[in-house]
Design a binder for this molecule. Structure first.
Ligand code: SAH
Length: 216
């Protein structure tokens, strides 16, 4: 499915809604105005793609609510050419938003089926992103350290190995907590062993699980 006049119009409205809900990072808003979210969902759901709602993907996972994508991306404070690691590729939408902002994106997914589908979508849209099928708890130390690490699944606790893959001055955005409700947490690496924490409200994500799933 291609981008259409209709989809563009719906996207503009969504961006205005995000602005009203308090998103003020113009680069985030511009990226979300550009990335065709409907192409990351089943083509039958154009009417759902530009509502501010989460939506089911295959494998029992979800594409995050646009507000959540905008909020997490704003907290990450992405600058052009930043190296960003995303855990939880899902549909690939969040990765596209980061790439649209000029970041160098590395993204990991534990479901083989989603990993393949997201890769196809992002390549067909012309994004140049590094995809990995694997367990995000391990991170990608060989490509680090990263300016930012964005976790888009609920982590029962802050993943220690990932903290070690942050640059000094880099930040991790991660929803921390048990299933049902998590606290959006930002961790800034202020020094080799110095981490500053701040919290930013409650959200609900699908869980961050260990290991990989090779099949449906
Ligand atoms: N960022 C996605 C939405 C993510 S939903 C988007 O824009 O569409 C959360 C995703 O995290 C799911 O696809 C889930 O399979 C994945 N996930 C959960 N635990 C993981 C782990 N340990 N490593 C990699 N991916 C993980």
């Amino acid at each position: 499915m291609t981008d259409t006049f209709e989809a563009k119009g719906k996207r503009k409205k969504l961006v205005e809604e995000l602005r009203k809900k308090g998103i003020s990072d113009e680069e985030v808003l511009r990226a979300m105005d550009t990335v065709p979210r409907h192409q990351f969902m089943d083509p039958a759901f154009l009417n759902h793609a530009y509502l501010d709602k989460a939506f089911p993907l295959s494998s029992g996972q979800t594409i995050s609510q646009p507000f959540t994508v905008a909020f997490q991306t704003s907290l990450l404070e992405v600058k052009k050419r930043d190296k960003i690691l995303e855990v939880g590729t899902g549909s690939g939408y969040q990765a596209a938003v980061l790439a649209e902002m000029g970041a160098k994106v590395y993204t990991i997914e534990r479901f083989r089926e989603l990993f393949i589908k997201a890769q196809q979508t992002l390549v067909s849209l012309g994004y140049s992103i590094d995809f990995f099928y694997g367990d995000g708890y391990e991170g990608k130390p060989q490509y680090g350290p990263f300016d930012g690490i964005l976790i888009t699944a609920a982590a029962p606790e802050i993943p220690e190995k990932l903290l070690q893959q942050l640059k000094i001055g880099g930040r991790m955005v991660v929803p921390v907590g048990a299933q049902g409700s998590q606290v959006m947490t930002v961790i800034e690496r202020a020094g080799e062993e110095l981490f500053d924490y701040s919290t930013h409200g409650n959200f609900t994500f699908v869980p961050m699980l260990k290991g990989t799933v090779n099949g449906k």
